[in-house]
Design a protein around this ligand. Sequence first.
Ligand code: SAH
Length: 356
Amino acid sequence: MAEAMTPGDEDDDRETSKRQRCGDEAGNSADAATSSYTLDGPGDEDYFEAYDSLSVHALMLSDEPRVGVYLAAIKANLESIQDKVVLDVGAGSGILSMLAAKHGAAARVYAVEAVPGMASLARDLVLRNGLQDRVTVIQGRIEDVELPEKVDVIISEWMGFYLVHESMLESVLVARDRWLKPGGVMMPSSARIWAAPVEAEPLRREIERYSNLHGLDLSPVGEAELARRLREPQVEAIEAHRLLAAPVLAVDLGDLHSLKCGGTAEFSSQVSFFTLRAGHAAGIAFWFDVGFGKLSTDKNVVKLNTDPGSPPTHWQQTVVYLGVFAPVEAGEELSALVKLKQSEENPRQYDITVDT
Ligand code: SAH
């Protein structure tokens, strides 16, 4: 990784780049002027560096709800994979490529991974499992690499916290527009963000203590502490009992076969909840689900659901705290304008705002 990722090399790379971007015509990659979107900006070096760590990949491999759903999706979509050509975008350890070859009986799998250390690990693991005749590991960014042929299936695990953190979906859409045959299959093929108001009773009690600490009113300390703790969206495991209302759909990316490249820069959604009980609304929790299968037929859709009631995953849930603990009654309507906007300083991250 060092030779490709040193800052000097990065600059050289950018000048002569054939990097595909959203908005580029296939085969016209050098014409950056037509680009509507690029992800080789600030934050990218840190992004790929974070994936140059075996423990990050071990965490993902040990997330059985995650791996298990991909395997179930491969088995449920066998007719799309068997004897077909598969592209794994962001192969990491090569797990999805190997599952597609071993359990999906794919004819050929191209496992594309940007991080050199991981690509070489994937190569070793493919060999160890005797899959080298069918799985080819290609080191490079999907936006840069050339494949020997177009593919029938694109499989990728691109989801970040609250679905879109990391902005990796854009790379998958670039891959789709360039390498997926007409009528080819995206795995996953749908993605949605859900939202629900949540309580945070231990935190509320902790902050409230400052308004009467041994008979003294120290509430400004509590307020400052609350502001400090809740400045950033928090990734945490929400127990289902903390939900104050049934979840509602905040963002539906729709069919990933047709989602426009560049279509994930910004989302805005007016959401309304009806509280199921009285309590104190502390924030809005977000999570996602993705579906595997042709949406039009919908019968064999396998879902990865990261909601608070589902088996826990490493994504957990993400809470945007309101900075207050708003008392609510049962049956009350709570409305909020939710915005997720790719950060200008680091397009790998989103600024999330919740206006109530
Ligand atoms: N597919 C693996 C790894 C998922 S993590 C698994 O399911 O366990 C995402 C991986 O995609 C990381 O290893 C990251 O380095 C890689 N990646 C992200 N963007 C990429 C891009 N544009 N081109 C190639 N690899 C990319």
